[in-house]
Design a protein around this ligand. Sequence first.
Ligand code: ISC
Length: 456
Amino acid sequence: MNGQREALEQWLAEGLAAVRRRPGWYVAGTTAAALGLEGEDWRRWAAHPAAVWAWEEADGLTVGLGRAWIRRVPWGQDPWPLLAAAVRELARVPGLPPQLRLGGGVAFQPAAAPGPDWAAWGAAALTLPLLTITARRGQPARLTLVLPPAASATGRLAAQELPRLARGPLPAAPEAVRVVAESGTGPAAWTQRVERARAAIRAGELDKVVLARSRTLTFERGLGVAEVWDRLGDRAGEATLFLLADPGGGPARFVGASPELLVRTRAGRVETMCVAGSAPPEADPVRALLASPKNRGEHAWVREHILARLAPWCTAVEAPAEPEVVRRSYIQHLVTPVQGRLRPGAGLLEVAGALHPTPAVGGAPAEAALAWLAREEGLERGWYAGAVGYVDLVGEGAFWVGLRSALLQGRQAVLYAGCGIVADSDPAAEYRESGWKMRPMLEALGTEAAAWRMQA
Ligand SMILES: C=C(O[C@H]1C=CC=C(C(=O)O)[C@@H]1O)C(=O)O
């Protein structure tokens, strides 16, 4: 394997030599086969220490390593217009191909003052990696190298970082790690919060609010991100897997398996989905979802918001009148797929900014629910329930809602899950529901015993 990686090392070194010979950016592409890396397990590269982001969708995997360019937005600023402007500016740089992918995310509430877990992440960030690996199913894996001008600050950093990329991911740590401590929102605190939310709904302040809770697991030793990602990867196809590194350069990773597309734009079309209303996998989907006034009500708020916010960006929007039930191994959801034709000039980041956060993670009316959550929820959401995704230099791409996720840092994993609270919500049932939503991540962490204890 090391012998094979020598070809990769050499290819990277050639790029470095080329960018030093002349001013401007340098971009090169090759195939894994050309570097003798056909047998490489690219999924493991998502856990490379230099990985800045990774996505695994039904059609394959993309991993970005190192930073060629980054745009960070500090807390307190509105990130979407700033990110859109930064992407447009980068797109004007001569020699950068339009299909280059920038990945990152936007916090749930960019304006909210952060707590200690998420402070370093900022309100938003987009990163163009030095090396992007694209491994689509049934196609040869491709590698794209992007080097900023050698004389720039990022160019000098790239020169230091590049040799590290060729070393490959860390070896696997096969043994499961034991949980030594647990903390988080317990049933009593949860019940109080649900009761406060119900009081606000009864008082007419809100129609619906999505309350979330966290669970912090401390392990006996540092977590192997590779193992977590690999176990999550077995769910690709039923969810979009994401991994984001702390844009501040710290070791924390935000990982998840999102069931919810926030928005995708491609060739003048836009796609999104309303996901709200949940039942356990064994429940009768008609009784528990399609004929449940509570779940239908929760879903209707999301649908109304998405259709209203999408309309100004589209010349036509189509959505079936009735939601469908989507069944996954650990849950069932009411889902309404939505499609539209974009107005000329409407880009992914503008549309994502109009939709996010939807009442599937905030509430209705949207602004009142966000204000209520900032004041009352007592949870540092950070990028949980934020928007995570990628955009290319033409302004096309996809963002998902950062759900079924955890923040991994050192020996700790902070898991998050929430559920829509309406006037007749039962706190115990909502606690259980948020427990199902944590299950895929608990399994990925290899801690089924903890999953059981949490739900007891
Ligand atoms: C807020 C979460 O789920 C949302 C997405 C789908 C269904 C939901 C529900 O039925 O409550 C939530 O709105 C979460 O997974 O943390």
